[in-house]
Design a protein around this ligand. Structure first.
Ligand code: NAD
Length: 313
C-alpha cells in the first residue's frame, strides 16, 4: 500500500481525497493544512488519518511514500522543497511554482534526489483531451496553420474557486490558473513555443489579476498561436482550444468535448474515445512500482512556467 500525505486541503486538495481513498493501492495516512478547523473537518472523512497544521512536523513524524502538495502557488516552492529534502516522492499542483527561477530550483532539486516528481495536469488523463491529441496525431487537421486558445469567463474567480489569492496579480489570474493547462498541452502535442507579443489588461484595483489578454506566440517552426482571454463579460464561460490546419479544424471545448470539421464542411461535435480515459492515481501507482506510466514531471512544469512568466511578467 502506498502511504500518501496531503498538504493543503482547499478546493483542489479535497477533490483528490476520494480518488486516493478509493484506490486499492493508495492510503491517505496524513493530512495537513494551516487551518486547523479544516484539518479536523476533513479528517472525519478518512479512516485513522494523522492530522497536522505544520507540514514539516508531518514530514518528520509520518512514514510517507508520496506527498501531494496543493497549497496556493506562492507556497509551492517552499513546501515542495521541504518534501524533496526528505527524499519523499512528490505530486505538485500546477503551476509548478510562482516564477521560472523557483520552478528551475524545484526541477534541479528533484533531479539531484532522483525521486518521482509529478504534476497534476488533468488534461493528460481525460478522454476528451486525449482524443483531441490522438486526432491531431492521426492528421485530422493536416498541416497545422494556427493554434488558438480562447478563455472567456463571465466571472473571475469562478464561483467554485473563491479564495484570497486566485484573483490576485501576485499568484492568480486565468493565464496562470487555466492557461497553464493548455500551455502544457501545446508543448506536449506540438512542441516548444515562445511569446512574440502580448497586450494584458488589468482592472483599476492594483492588486487584481488580468481581466483581458491578447497574446501572440509561435511554435518553433513559426506557426502562430493566439491567446484570447477576457473576463467580467456577458454570457457563458467558454474555454476553446483550436487547431486550424490545411485539411480541417479541431477544437477541445470546455476541457472535455471535441468538435471539428474538414475544410468546406460544417463544424460538428465529435465523439470522444472513452477507452483513452486514464487516471492520474493509476499512473502514479504504476510509476512508483517502476512500471511505464504517464507522468508530467517537473521539467515539463518548468517549461510551462517559462511561458507563463513571459506572458505575465
Ligand atoms: N489541477 C487542476 O485542475 C487545478 C485546478 C484549480 C487549482 N489548482 C491548483 O491547486 C492548488 C490549490 O488550489 P485551491 O483552489 O485548492 O486553493 P485553496 O486556497 O482553496 O486551498 C489551499 C489550501 O492550502 C492551505 N495552505 C496554505 N499554505 C499552507 C501551508 N504552508 N501548509 C499547509 N496548508 C497550507 C490553505 O489553508 C488552504 O486550505 C493551487 O496551486 C492551484 O493553482 C489545480
Amino acid at each position: 500500500m502506498i502511504k500518501v500525505g496531503i498538504i493543503g486541503l482547499g478546493a483542489i486538495g479535497q477533490r483528490l481525497i476520494p480518488l486516493f481513498s478509493n484506490h486499492p493501492e493508495t492510503k491517505i495516512v496524513a493530512i495537513c493544512d494551516t487551518l486547523q478547523e479544516r484539518v479536523q473537518e476533513i479528517s472525519r472523512q478518512i479512516d485513522s488519518v494523522k492530522t497536522y497544521s505544520n507540514h514539516n512536523e508531518m514530514l518528520e513524524k509520518t512514514d510517507l511514500d508520496l506527498v501531494y502538495v496543493t497549497v496556493p502557488p506562492k507556497y509551492h516552492h517552499a513546501v515542495v522543497s521541504d518534501v524533496i529534502a526528505k527524499g519523499i516522492n512528490v505530486l505538485c499542483e500546477k503551476p509548478l511554482a510562482n516564477s521560472s527561477e523557483e520552478a528551475l530550483s524545484l526541477y534541479s532539486q528533484v533531479k539531484e534526489k532522483g525521486i518521482l516528481n509529478a504534476m497534476n495536469f488533468p488534461l493528460n488523463y481525460n478522454a476528451g483531451s486525449k482524443s483531441f491529441a490522438a486526432l491531431i496525431k492521426a492528421g485530422y487537421v493536416g498541416k497545422l496553420r494556427r493554434i488558438e486558445l480562447k478563455m472567456h469567463f463571465p466571472n473571475w474567480p469562478r464561483l467554485w474557486q473563491q479564495n484570497d489569492w486566485v484573483a490576485t496579480k501576485e499568484q492568480g489570474g486565468y493565464v496562470l490558473e487555466v492557461g497553464v493547462h493548455y500551455i502544457q498541452q501545446i508543448q506536449k502535442i506540438f512542441g516548444g513555443m515562445k511569446v512574440i507579443s502580448k497586450n494584458v489588461q488589468y482592472p483599476a484595483d492594483p492588486i487584481a489579476s488580468e481581466n483581458g489578454i491578447i497574446a501572440l506566440l509561435e511554435l518553433e517552426d513559426g506557426t502562430p498561436i493566439l491567446f484570447d482571454g477576457l473576463s467580467q463579460i456577458a454570457g457563458e464561460e467558454e474555454i476553446k482550444f483550436t487547431a486550424f490546419g490545411t485539411e480541417g479544424t479541431l477544437s477541445l471545448v470546455n476541457w472535455a468535448n471535441i468538435e471539428g470539421g474538414k475544410i468546406g464542411q460544417p463544424i460538428q461535435s465529435i465523439e470522444t474515445n472513452e477507452s483513452l480515459e486514464d487516471s492520474l492515481i493509476d499512473n502514479l501507482v504504476r510509476a512508483l512500482k517502476g512500471e511505464e506510466a504517464t507522468i508530467i514531471d517537473f521539467y515539463e512544469g518548468y517549461k510551462a512556467q517559462m511561458v507563463l512568466e513571459a506572458l505575465r511578467g
